[in-house]
Design a protein. Structure first.
Lengths: 352, 274
């Protein structure tokens, strides 16, 4: 039961004015999970969410909810609720009535409505605000009301469309933790759309990386970060150095003018590949001790670490995160261990 | 605060001269005889015309309801179209308004007459002729035709400003199409409905051109009555003012009843059930 599939998308295609927005999306979402659809704007993540909510009809393909096909079910009959990007609270109703809206439609008795509204107000930490005019609430408070309004219907699945996009950084961090807590307490499946990779990594059980209407990779945050499937994912999730390389043979790759041992295998001999190395995996040393030689171009203080750019002898700009200061103009050596060298197939059409 | 008072000054003077003073004059005439002595005879005499006033209110009410029924869906459909189609539709609504009011009403006369266009057309099929001109129906038709744009424009304005994400939010929370209408679209367009009703009802109730031309002599309305006190040989501005005053008060009552009804609704929606 714990891991049963709640929502399935089968071969979903969506076109707007002849332009394809989703190309053959196949996706299974398990019950009680916090799933994040992550990608740059225009990748189709919001459209995927709206397919599930029933606000967009696919050109072809099927949507299954709990094993039943729901393509033709209008939004108001679906057992999912949505937290909209701009909250979409009803301006003519106060906080209490906004949250009660779904129950009022179902003609739930007043005492039960009252009990459940206050339960929700407690859940989102808004007790005491029930009589407030929603138009006078701050962004964060409106957000909480929107979440309470969606959750009071006890949906099996909650859809969240970049709900924290309009909040400032500090509030966003707080809400991330709170949303995760709410999800754990209610055990409702959350499907969360964001373009913020950090948000996705912080909150999700599963991250789905999308690009140009296609799913690139599905995995846990740790998998996605440590084992990105291609250069796009590597670049989108965290910062990366992506350099052209040639796979000489299994466990041996050539880039930056020399051969490196690596842990990857199964590529064609002399295949052109993308080599991905995280900035924090590169060590700076004395020039003679490094595998790559270069000169410090610039250094920026980022708080926890410095971001250092080193230009190697071939002219490639290496981005490196280090807690130690390096003087610009200094000759340095760079080294990286085989485990931290990630080899990826070249993507078909190149536009990274 | 003090700075913003001065620019308003010319408008306050304007309103005093052209709105407040004439109103006081109407009231003065209504409560005086033609020699200038105080009397309430004029007001009492208005009582003789109660049936005319009731009929005027009734016809204006029917015309307003029809305008709302026609105008609301039209304004909604128009507001959902692309901007090019919207502009064209808006043009078509406004176009008749550029034609002279009398001319528009006259054209209905020629259409509705006993040997007018419509009866002759029906005659081809051996139907009729019908008695269409000089009926209450013709008067209502004239009101609807002349004042429909005044209903559509304010409705269209509020509908253009309406937040359609709220419609989706309501659907998402389980509202069927009817509930979406009553819970989201109606409250958001209430201001436009109120304005539209006022803009149609008030000129309809006091019109005298439409009732004269399409109602003939038989369908006398309160507007005709007032006009007769000033325009014909039994000149009686005191009685005319009295009727105007009574009509104004009745309209004010109608409008405040409507506003009351509306704020009641909002109150019910917004009330906390504890």
């Amino acid at each position: 039961m714990e891991n049963s599939t709640i929502i399935s998308l089968k071969d979903i295609v969506v076109e707007f004015d002849g332009e394809s927005v989703l190309r053959h999306i196949n996706l299974d979402i398990r019950n009680h999970e916090f799933v994040t659809l992550l990608g740059p704007s225009g990748c189709g993540k919001t459209t995927t969410l709206r397919i599930i909510g029933g606000f967009v009809n696919p050109k072809s393909g099927d949507v299954f909810f709990d094993g039943k096909r729901i393509n033709d079910l209008p939004p108001y009959k679906r057992e999912v609720n949505t937290v909209f990007q701009k909250y979409a609270l009803f301006p003519n109703l106060n906080v209490y009535e906004n949250i009660a809206f779904g129950l009022r439609l179902k003609k739930v008795p007043d005492e039960e409505i009252r009990e459940r509204v206050f339960e929700m107000l407690d859940l989102v930490n808004m007790r005491g605000y029930e009589r407030r005019d929603v138009n006078l609430l701050s962004g964060g408070q409106q957000q909480r009301v929107a979440i309470a309004r969606a959750l009071i219907n006890k949906p099996q699945v909650l859809l969240l469309d970049e709900p924290l996009g309009a909040l400032d950084l500090k509030l966003r961090k707080e809400m991330q933790i709170e949303l995760k807590k709410i999800q754990r307490e209610t055990k409702i499946t959350f499907i969360y759309v964001t373009h913020d990779q950090e948000e996705a990594l912080t909150m999700s059980d599963t991250v789905i990386v999308m690009r140009d209407g296609e799913i690139q990779q599905i995995g846990t945050p740790i998998d996605i970060y440590n084992e990105p499937i291609n250069a796009f994912v590597a670049d989108f999730i965290g910062e990366s150095n992506i350099i052209d390389g040639i796979m000489k043979k299994d466990y041996l790759v050539n880039f930056a003018g020399r051969d490196f041992d690596c842990v990857d295998f199964g590529f064609a001999e002399n295949e052109n590949v993308d080599v991905v190395i995280r900035p924090e995996d590169i060590k700076i040393s004395e020039p003679e001790k490094g595998q790559i030689h270069g000169k410090v171009e610039s250094i920026i203080f980022k708080g926890v670490h410095y971001e250092i750019v080193v230009i190697d002898t071939n002219g490639f700009n290496w981005k490196i995160h280090s807690t130690l200061y390096e003087e610009p103009g200094r000759e340095v050596g760079l080294s990286v261990i085989p485990d931290d060298i990630h080899i990826m197939h070249k993507m078909a059409e190149e536009e990274k | 605060m003090t700075k913003s008072r001065y620019p308003a000054f010319p408008y306050i003077v304007f309103m005093a001269i052209f709105i407040v003073i004439p109103l006081i004059m109407v009231a003065y005439f209504a409560f005086t005889t033609n020699t200038g002595e105080f009397t309430i005879q004029n007001i009492i005499r208005v009582g003789d015309y109660v049936p005319v006033i009731i009929k005027s209110l009734f016809l204006a009410f029917v015309a307003t309801v029809i305008c709302l029924g026609l105008g609301y869906p039209f304004a909604y459909i128009m507001s959902r179209k692309t901007s090019n189609i919207r502009r064209t539709m808006f043009m078509l609504i406004m176009l008749p308004m550029w034609m002279n009011f009398l001319l528009r009403t006259y054209s209905w006369m020629t259409i509705l007459e006993n040997n007018g266009l419509l009866n002759r057309f029906l005659g081809i099929f051996g139907i009729g002729p019908f008695e269409m001109i000089n009926t209450q129906g013709a008067v209502v038709l004239g009101m609807v035709y002349d004042y429909l744009p005044f209903m559509i424009v304010p409705l269209y304005t509020v509908m253009m400003k309406m937040d359609h994400s709220l419609v989706q939010a309501a659907q998402d929370l389980g509202a069927d199409p009817f509930q979406v209408f009553t819970h989201v679209i109606l409250p958001q367009t209430m201001q436009g409905i109120k304005t539209g009703i006022t803009m149609v009802f008030v000129p309809s109730v006091s019109t005298f051109v439409i009732s004269r031309m399409l109602g003939g002599g038989s369908e006398l309305m309160v507007g005709d009555l007032i006009e007769m006190q000033f325009g014909s040989n039994n000149y009686n501005p005191n009685l005319g003012s009295a009727i105007s005053l009574v009509l104004m008060i009745i309209v004010l009552i109608c409008m405040s009843v409507m506003n009351q009804f509306d704020s009641d609704n909002i109150d019910k929606e917004g009330r906390i059930a504890i």
